[in-house]
Design a protein around this ligand. Structure first.
Ligand code: NAD
Length: 484
């Protein structure tokens, strides 16, 4: 397959928090892969800016170590690494003080695209935004990228939006949800709006229900303190699962253009019914053979924060009234797997009789592992012996179809950073979307807090608490198996 990598224009990208975990694991390795693919032109600069005192050379060493750790060894040729490191600069800066700002200003060139990645705690966003302006570094063409968590409720999200709005226009703000950068997620839009096959069936008349699963095998690990204040609802549902729900449920936008897409996503969130208490199951993992319990991980035996959540949602509009959406996400589950399954209704009449069994078309959109899509279709089992039906998958695993080595197969972060440089906000969340998602989430969390709701226990390595299975069993449905 021919690589079609289109270079961006030369840019200055400053990563505030350039020495942090996210920069080391995702942003810098992602930029390296884009450089190696020929997408980052000569003359671009990547400037790490963080609290630590470093020379350029010391930071380059750090970046090199990060690349060795997080980029596949066969992609780390000496020439590419040397070329990439040449673009790297470092400024020791204090987000809350005066140190480093004039040096940073000297690096930023007026005739280049200029973007600032806020890969630091959200409590510093306001300081960074203010100092970029007061030091004359930012102007109307500057772009800023902000990371999750974007608030912890509607009030704090509104406050963050207001702080950023004091210094930047909405068209300059790129709120990252890396789920939106996944190849499959964009392919979901291509599948729905680039083919005539699916859209006529994409509604309550033909779709029985939709399942969205984001399962992790890890526990809260070293993030216990942060996670315990947040929980699965804030950490995963309000942002990642909500974004997936929007893309699967939205009406066709008139164009693949930022505000057309984001307007349609917003309408989905606004059409969500409040969730009845019986339609939500919260869970907390127990200790396993070699793993600690959630309580031990967060060092609080009284914690009532959920590490698992399953819920049934209804979207009140013409397209979806009557088709439930089941969402679940959790830690320490059976396998690491993210997928969306569109389960179509039974054929209205079976001409093959009861012995042919029940067969349903299921479209599965896999986000990880092995990004791709599968459409289950029913066919006759080959051979003699009458009309026996089996379900077979029409499989499109991207790595197989496009070639795993192809430089077009990108990871979420690198795709999104390149979109920032291109000035394309389609895959970023708009401020009103984030606020609408919190407005829907807040009453659910408040209800748990008012009632002192206690999560159900579940075994590590399971599919979550038994009550989650019941959520579907009671309606004669079942969750798809969680498997890698
Ligand atoms: P980290 O603690 O590893 O790094 C923080 C960085 O901020 C460091 O480079 C530090 O030097 C810098 N910093 C702190 N105070 C500063 C100051 N006063 N002035 C200048 N620089 C300062 O954090 P991280 O894990 O890299 O996360 C960064 C952001 O990304 C956070 O908002 C986090 O919620 C978000 N995020 C992280 C991940 C992840 O996988 N690490 C995933 C999603 C979102």
């Amino acid at each position: 397959m021919v690589s079609r990598v289109i270079p961006v224009d030369p840019f200055d990208l400053t990563i505030f928090g350039g020495t942090g975990d996210l920069a080391r694991r995702k942003i810098l390795p992602g930029l390296f892969r884009r450089f190696r693919a020929g997408q980052i032109p000569e003359g671009s600069q990547i400037i790490g800016a963080a609290r630590t005192d470093h020379t350029d050379a010391e930071f380059r060493d750090e970046v090199k170590t990060a690349l060795e750790e997080f980029v596949d060894a066969d992609k780390l040729d000496d020439n590419s690494v040397a070329g990439f490191l040449e673009m790297i600069r470092y400024v020791s800066i204090d987000a809350k003080g005066t140190k480093g700002w004039s040096e940073l200003k000297e690096h930023i060139r007026d005739d280049h695209i200029s973007a600032f990645y806020f890969s630091v705690a959200p409590s510093l966003f306001g300081d960074l935004a203010e100092r970029l302006h007061s030091n004359g570094i930012a102007d109307d063409s500057t772009r800023i990228v902000v990371e999750k968590p974007f608030g912890r409720d509607l009030e704090s999200a509104k406050a963050l939006n207001a702080t950023l709005a004091e210094h930047f226009d909405e068209t300059q703000i790129y709120r990252i949800d890396h789920y939106l950068g996944k190849e499959t997620v964009q392919n979901l839009m291509a599948l729905r709006f680039g083919n005539v096959l699916f859209e006529p069936l994409w509604n309550a008349q033909y779709v029985d229900h939709i399942q969205i699963t984001v399962a992790e095998t890890v526990g809260v690990g070293g993030r216990g303190e942060y996670y315990d204040k947040s929980g699965a609802m804030r950490d995963m549902v309000q942002n990642h699962l909500m974004q997936l729900l929007c893309l699967i449920a939205m009406e066709p936008p008139s164009q693949f253009e930022p505000d057309s897409v984001r307007d349609e996503k917003l309408k989905v969130i606004r059409a969500l019914d409040p969730v009845a208490p019986d339609d939500i199951v919260r869970g907390q993992y127990e200790a396993g053979k070699n793993t600690d319990s959630y309580h031990a991980d967060v060092e609080d035996d009284e914690s009532r924060t959920e590490s698992f959540i399953a819920m049934k949602l209804n979207i009140s509009n013409w397209r979806w009234a009557g088709t439930p959406f089941y969402l679940r996400t959790g830690k320490r589950l059976k396998a690491r797997q993210s997928e969306i399954a569109v389960v179509f209704k039974d054929a209205p009449h079976s001409i093959f009789g009861a012995e042919a069994g029940r067969h349903r078309n299921i479209l599965t959109i896999r986000l990880q592992p092995n990004e791709g899509m599968t459409l289950g279709v029913t066919i006759k089992e080959p051979g003699p012996g009458g009309m026996r039906l089996i379900d077979v998958p029409l499989d499109m695993t991207f790595a197989d179809a496009l070639g795993a080595d192809n430089d077009n197969v990108t990871e979420a972060y690198e795709r999104l950073v390149m979109d920032v440089i291109r000035g394309n906000q389609t895959l970023f969340m708009r401020g009103d979307e984030v606020e609408a998602a919190w407005a829907w989430t807040d009453p659910i969390i408040e209800r748990w807090q008012d009632k002192g709701d206690k999560p159900c226990a579940y075994d590590p390595g399971s599919a979550g608490p038994e009550e989650s299975a019941m959520l579907l069993h009671r309606e004669n449905r079942r969750w798809r198996e969680i498997k890698a």
